[in-house]
Design a protein around this ligand. Structure first.
Ligand SMILES: Cc1cc2nc3c(=O)[nH]c(=O)nc-3n(C[C@H](O)[C@H](O)[C@H](O)COP(=O)(O)OP(=O)(O)OC[C@H]3O[C@@H](n4cnc5c(N)ncnc54)[C@H](O)[C@@H]3O)c2cc1C
Length: 434
């Protein structure tokens, strides 16, 4: 049921711009804490979005948001692990989440984002958030450096209206409403990548639980993903250096199809599957923002930062940032009725730590030493368990054991780098142009 604009109270506790996983999570947390919160989403859900593969750490988060049962009942594809292969070689690495140092989180979900995002947004509504779809936030309202509300154009209204609020969250994803206006957004030159992707139907997956695995095929200059979904379809995407993407001669679809033709391993996995969607593309997808919060405002999820899709961390990072920062805002609102920069600092620290941990793996993924170490059986099973823990999303509050195992793994990466400098990079030579 759409919310009527005249039901908006004179002043809100919180306004959330954008209704993806970050925005919906923030709305759920604030509404469940009893605050008056409105969420403005530009589109009408369901709508297509990329980012279908979630991580085991999402599962306890769903439980904390009171949405786990709905997710389980929706019948989304269960994923128990990941399978990595390196093109043209026998190298492979099977990741089983149950073999992480925390075996209590053995599974994650793979979701059609159109359905998942709608489920989350509907849950936010049921929790008491006022959700407006077809509502585009044009800008924030400012008094000095403090955000005091938003200017939003509601559906069917000729003029935008100004809506005051004690705190404003930017959860507008890659549109990054605040940082595009305020500046401070930078690219990561080490992650200069672009991607093209589409959905296929009638995917013949492996038998048994492994059939739900995300499949990653690393290639000399990028990688492919195949993400099986519960309706028998599969999300297929290719990641390549942005240079190759920009210098293409034909359309994005031509590039996707020719890359597919040059990768017989993926074509073989797809077998008789047929493409059912257009080929979509996102160029130069990595960036970060220097200032992610201030008095009366906070950037969440992709509005603050996007790393790289390889370890399926985007939705988790979006939801964790939203849970942490909306909880901080809820506490401050209850105590003082206002939210300052200082309230968001602890959450920001946790996010920087988690993102930093993923970033180290993501940077390494495009370099021969980490790839060689990753594809080589670890000398001790605990090292593998520690890496699996990180790949499951255990990056925010790691135990001492998790940190030690991570340090040992990266020690092996450094040792491999030393050996490669002496002997050459072998199969992974071309990964970094060596
Ligand atoms: C190629 C690629 C593959 C990926 N694969 C994965 C994956 O497998 N797993 C994973 O976890 N992540 C993946 N991601 C990342 C994932 O898509 C994002 O990290 C995630 O969607 C971020 O959620 P969000 O809520 O921050 O933003 P979004 O999901 O983008 O939501 C933002 C919302 O804000 C709305 N909005 C924008 N501007 C306005 C405005 N002015 N007013 C009102 N509303 C507005 C938009 O309509 C949108 O609904 C991938 C990303 C890329 C580029």
């Amino acid at each position: 049921m759409p919310v009527l604009a005249n039901s908006l109270p004179e002043r809100l506790d919180a306004v959330i711009c954008g209704g993806g996983p970050a925005g919906a999570t923030a709305a759920i947390v604030l509404a469940r804490a009893g605050h008056k919160v409105a969420l403005f989403e530009r589109e009408h859900f369901p709508r297509f979005h990329i980012g279908e593969s979630l991580l085991p750490e999402n599962v306890p988060l769903f439980a904390r948001l009171g949405v786990l049962q709905k997710i389980e009942s929706a019948g989304f594809q269960k994923k128990f692990g990941a399978r990595f292969y390196h093109q043209g070689t026998e190298r492979k690495r099977l990741v089983r989440f149950a073999r992480s140092i925390d075996s209590s989180r053995p599974l994650a979900f793979q979701v059609k984002r159109a359905e998942f995002d709608k489920l989350m947004l509907d849950h936010a509504r049921e929790c008491g958030a006022m959700v407006f779809e077809g509502a585009r936030v044009e800008d924030a309202l400012w008094e000095g450096g403090t955000a005091t509300g938003v200017r939003v154009r509601l559906e069917g209204e000729a003029a935008p209206r100004e809506i005051p609020a004690a705190v404003v969250f930017d959860a507008t994803g890659r549109d990054a409403l605040f940082s595009r206006k305020l500046g401070g957004r930078t690219r990561d030159p080490r992650l200069d990548r672009s991607s093209a992707f589409a959905h296929y139907d009638r995917f013949e997956r492996a038998e048994g639980p492994e059939g739900g695995d995300i499949i990653i095929l690393t290639t000399p200059d990028g990688w492919w993903w195949l993400i099986p979904l519960s309706d028998g379809s599969v999300s297929v995407g290719v990641v390549m250096p942005s240079k190759r993407f920009k210098e293409r001669s034909g359309s994005v679809t031509d590039l996707f199809e020719s890359s597919l033709a040059a990768t017989p391993e993926v074509a073989a996995l797809l077998g008789g599957a047929k493409r059912t969607t257009d080929v979509h593309a996102i160029a130069d997808y990595s960036y970060r923002t220097a200032e992610t919060h201030g008095d009366g405002f906070c950037l969440l999820g992709d509005a603050a930062c996007f790393l790289d899709p390889v370890f399926s961390s985007g939705v988790l990072l979006a939801m964790v940032s939203a849970e942490l920062q909306a909880s901080a805002a809820a506490r401050a609102l209850s105590k003082r009725g206002a939210v300052t920069r200082r309230d968001f600092s602890p959450g920001d620290k946790v996010m920087r730590r988690g993102i930093g941990k993923f970033r180290k793996y993501v940077h390494g993924f495009y370099e021969p030493p980490l790839l060689e170490t990753f594809y080589t059986k670890a000398p001790n099973e605990w090292i593998e368990r520690g890496v699996t823990y990180v790949l499951a999303g255990g990056v925010f509050f790691p135990s001492l054991r998790a940190r030690l195992l991570d340090a040992v793994f990266h020690g092996f990466v450094r040792l491999t780098a030393f050996r490669q400098r002496r002997n050459g990079c072998g199969e992974f030579a071309r990964a970094a142009g060596h």
